[in-house]
Design a protein around this ligand. Sequence first.
Ligand code: SF4
Length: 301
Amino acid sequence: MNTVLPLSEPLPPPARRAAHEANRLAKRLRHHVGRAIADFGMIEEGDKVMVCLSGGKDSYTLLDILLQLQKKAPVRFDITAVNLDQKQPGFPEHVLPDYLRSIGVDYRILEQDTYSVVARVVPEGKTMCSLCSRLRRGALYACAEAEGFTKIALGHHRDDLVATFFLNMFFHSKLAGMPPKLLSDDGRHVVIRPLAYVREDDIAAYAEAKQFPIIPCNLCGSQENLQRRQVKNMMDGWERDTPGRVEQIARALGDIRPSKLSDPKLFDFMSLGQRSDGGMPDAHAWLGGESTSPNGSGDMS
Ligand code: SF4
């Protein structure tokens, strides 16, 4: 006997367009995420990956794309979504559990009232993000330790990596960014950023097409850090006036030539073309005993 399968209802045109857009973007995102995972050796056989989920567009996209890649990945690995409920006033507690149950992924919701701590300690009008992030990181690392997660996946994307590079350059006088893969300071956790090659506007479009139940990030009432806003405005201006510049910079972060920079710790300029075997005179010797500080005192810095 033939079984007649019920025909699914055709989608109305706007929904069809959204589904088509989501598929197109998903393909591009899988491509970038798969490449980043391979380029940096982010995930290996048997890994237990903890995906940190804040309820923002970036972390929803990260989880969604990792789940898609997991199905065809060349290695077996587990995914657990973890959210830290920081007890911000008005945080809609049910949104993430409802979503995570609906997609059938393993998950944990941690509860820690970091909001009260930050609100008490940080003076009014100052940005709370730096302390808040530190406390959040501590709670997530503790969870990874307790549960034996071997990788901690965060939703930072290409534009975050570029912005951090400029923040370090403009406000801390160093060339350093946000690496796609990182060992925590205590050496106990490996943090990965699989969206490292993904543009923020692709993520925004994907989140929109997928209708993720976004939880707004202004519940805590903290203002965005002024320096970060300046850098973001600068990058937005570039994208408007010279599209593609941020991508060029992101690529440059992966193509570094120490011999074309000025850090003698990274490249041995000293012995370059040196004809004698002996040591080279230092700044004190060149200045004939004068202070090596441009201001006349202390060290040269
Ligand atoms: S915006 Fe609020 S919740 Fe987000 S890091 Fe800053 S203080 Fe924390």
